[in-house]
Design a protein around this ligand. Structure first.
Ligand code: PEP
Ligand code: MN
Length: 361
């Protein structure tokens, strides 16, 4: 449920509405202040008597949200959300580039790949000690504590925030202690609710991919698991984690010549349905470095807030996904051109995102 306060509503009137909802129904509110005030009710708002709320002074309208992914929905939160990782902002009118090797293979490979990624202009470095692979015979990473040590060294060497994929809940503390700035939830764990619920207890930023066969509703509902902090009784027992970044990575379709099928229309569609930052992955979707550059441009032109892509110091020798990784020089050209495309959109008057103020209550 969202409650629009009237243009002249006073702070006291807004507070009275919030008090009523928190006291009478035990739910939490999130307030967005722009020209007018909008109050979003967290939790299952079905228990609220709509009539009683709409009669309170200063209330303009009360709207029920029917989407199953309420917290991730733009109806609930009209302004773009901007997520921060250190000095880097993701979402709104920012263009943010995530890049680096698919996996940490050795200290030398990881540090070389980290340096070329930094020099190419990435904002956030991929440092993946753990890999979720389809086959157990494929490379799945070094022993975890060694992999995390190298991930920390990649961060120290470049001064960039790092993103690492978390597969196993038991490793969460070790990831955070190693200085991982952003947790990635990959396609293979994208609907694993215990993992998503655990992340709702923290405020660490999370990149959420979607499963190979997930539709938009399933993807945004997974985001709502992280964001709502909702318990089984429908009460919002805690605030939840709002720092979710969506990453589109394509789905399985009948075309076998590309690795996955990336539907470009998902970019403006998801941007219109959700306020969350949306990036896209041209490496894991196309699966081929010859395709990555133009697919990356396509995603940015379609309105993505950035991309995440594979950069490797020696793709020919990579233990994981070398075929889709680009070298430093190509990465730099792609990043420079994406930045040009992003400002060109601005110059053409095509919306690239808005920034809003959000206050928690
Ligand atoms: C990855 O980003 O390294 C990855 C494995 O991607 P996905 O989860 O989308 O397959
Ligand atoms: Mn990969």
């Amino acid at each position: 449920m969202i409650i629009h306060m009237a243009a002249g509503a006073t702070p006291d009137q807004t507070q009275r509405v919030i008090d009523r909802i928190t006291r009478d129904y035990g739910l939490r509110c999130e307030t967005i202040v722009s020209d007018t005030t909008v109050i979003g009710v967290k939790g299952i708002a079905g228990i609220i008597d709509e009539g009683r709320i709409s009669e309170l002074p200063g209330v303009e309208s009360v709207i029920r949200i029917t989407e199953k992914y309420k917290d991730a929905s733009r109806t609930f939160h009209p302004e773009d959300t901007v997520v921060r990782a250190g000095r880097v902002a993701i979402g709104g009118d920012n263009l943010t580039v995530f890049g680096g090797p698919c996996a940490i293979e050795s200290e030398q490979q990881a540090l070389e790949s980290a340096r070329i990624s930094r020099d190419a202009g990435v904002d956030i470095l991929r440092a993946f000690p753990d890999k979720s692979r389809t086959s157990p015979y494929d490379y799945r990473g070094l022993e975890l504590s060694r992999g995390l040590e190298i991930a920390s060294a990649m961060k120290a060497e470049t001064g960039l925030p790092i993103v690492s994929e978390l597969i196993d809940l038991r490793h969460l503390d070790a990831f955070l202690n190693a200085g991982v700035d952003i947790i990635q939830i990959g396609a293979r764990s994208a609907q694993y609710s215990p993992l998503l619920e655990e992340l709702s207890r923290l405020d660490v930023p999370v990149i959420l991919k979607h499963g190979f066969g997930n539709d938009m509703n399933e993807w945004l509902s997974a985001a709502a698991y992280i964001m709502s902090g909702i318990d089984r009784e429908g009460r919002s027992a805690r605030y939840g984690n709002r720092n979710v970044i969506l990453c589109y990575r394509g789905i399985k379709a009948f075309e076998a010549s590309t690795r996955f099928a990336a539907d470009i229309s998902m970019i403006p569609l998801v941007r219109s349905k959700s306020h969350l930052p949306l990036i896209a992955d041209p490496s894991h979707s196309s699966g081929d470095r010859k395709l990555v550059e133009r697919v990356a441009y396509g995603f940015i032109a379609a309105g993505a807030h950035g991309i995440e892509f594979d950069i490797h110091s020696n793709p020919a020798e990579a233990l994981c996904d070398g075929k889709q990784a680009v070298l430093g020089g190509e990465a730099k050209r792609i990043i420079d051109n994406m930045r040009r495309i992003h400002s060109l959109l601005d110059g053409l008057g095509v919306e690239t995102g808005s920034v809003g103020r959000v206050a928690a209550k």
